[in-house]
Design a protein around this ligand. Structure first.
Ligand code: KG4
Ligand code: ZN
Length: 341
């Protein structure tokens, strides 16, 4: 049995959770900084770091108390070491490394995207290895082949904007608050997705590469030609274009690899239209789709605690321990070499 405290502080959410390999998730606390950054229309890195500093210790105490456990009951401390905002990452990293030193238990630097792509394993119906993960967040749109914990192969990604970034930028064009994705989805629910035909970029490229920046330009042109009362139709038509593109690529990913299980991870995975349509097209292919529980789609400590526990259970420990580091830009495949079995 292992029991791991997970700390996430890579962007605008302080997440702390405790995962127990026998009993599952014991506690999962989150403090979102949405209100703090709202008036600036996006994340202000320095404000993010300062808020993580304020929140992290009370959140750890709260999480331990909810889980009814002590620091001395923990097997390891897992934390997001990258990619993300340098100052924000440093908060989680220094707290986790200090705790690990004080308690003489391992500190496990976790790749943020590994956390996301393993998060569907925390649902009641987890996928089995191998699976294809479609990772759609504010910073990434990638297809990964996941053979086992720590074995990831990048199959394709966006050549420009990430899907979440496209949602956020389009929402801004429509005058919606940050973070735009959920607001845009809400507005889209009242609109007609067939009214405007926006491009489905690279849909016939034959590979798993994607592009979302042209789509945003097309929306921008339309916005300038229409009135506010048309914005719900623009939002719905934009959402349909992103969802169609991701669905077509996902079907292609399963065909190319022969793998039948698709996992959706990252913030955009909370989009209900995407969930609905993907489930239906993948089913038609004889495959199945796995999602994290809705609240674990966006950033959280649970996915980091879970990834840390899986590392320990599979006997993987981080190499070199004289110092710790954070990695604001970090390739998932390079990250795998940070661990040895
Ligand atoms: O994974 P995440 O919380 O943070 C990153 O690691 O980037 O993803 C955040 C992204 C944002 O771009 C946000 O707008 C988007 O996920 N998002 C959504 C929805 N909920 C969050 N996009 C579309 N529809 C949603 N319901
Ligand atoms: Zn994330």
């Amino acid at each position: 049995m292992v029991r791991v405290l997970g700390i996430e502080s890579s962007c605008d959410e302080t997440g702390v959770a405790i995962y127990d390999s026998d009993r599952g998730l014991l506690a999962d606390s989150l403090h979102s900084q949405i209100k703090l950054h709202n008036e600036y229309g996006g994340v202000v890195p320095e404000l993010a770091s300062r808020d993580h500093i304020r929140r992290i210790t009370p959140l750890i105490k709260e999480t331990l108390s909810t889980a009814k456990c002590q620091l001395t009951d923990l097997s390891a401390i897992a934390y997001t070491a990258g990619p993300g905002l340098a100052g924000a990452l440093l908060v989680g990293a220094s707290v986790a490394e200090s705790l690990s030193f004080a308690l003489s238990i391992p500190a496990l630097p976790i790749h943020h995207l590994e956390g996301h792509l393993l998060s569907p394993c925390l649902s009641d119906t987890p996928p089995q290895f191998p699976f294809i993960a479609l990772l759609v967040s504010g910073g990434h749109s990638q297809f990964m082949k996941v053979t086992q914990v720590g074995e990831y192969e990048l199959l394709g990604e966006s050549v420009d904007d990430a899907a979440g970034e496209a949602f956020d930028k389009t929402a801004k064009l429509l005058g919606l608050p940050y973070p735009g994705g959920p607001h845009l989805a809400k507005l889209a629910a009242t609109g007609n997705p067939k009214r405007f035909h926006f491009p489905r970029p690279m849909i016939h490229s034959g590979d798993l590469m994607m592009s979302f920046s042209g789509l945003k330009t097309a929306v921008s042109l339309t916005v300038s030609q229409y009135q506010k009362e048309d914005y719900n139709d623009i939002a719905a038509s934009f959402e349909a274009a992103v969802v169609d593109t991701l669905c077509a690529k996902a079907v292609h990913a399963l065909k190319l690899t022969g793998i039948k299980q698709l996992v959706i991870a990252g913030g955009v995975g909370a989009n209900l239209k995407l969930r609905e349509q993907l489930t239906s097209v993948i089913k038609q292919q004889g495959g199945s789709v796995f999602y994290p529980p809705l609240k674990l789609c966006t950033d959280n400590g649970a996915m980091i605690a879970y990834a840390g526990a899986q590392k320990l259970l599979s006997g993987q420990l981080p190499v070199q321990k004289e110092s710790f580091a954070i990695y604001p830009r970090w390739d998932l495949q390079v990250y795998s070499t940070r661990y040895k079995s």
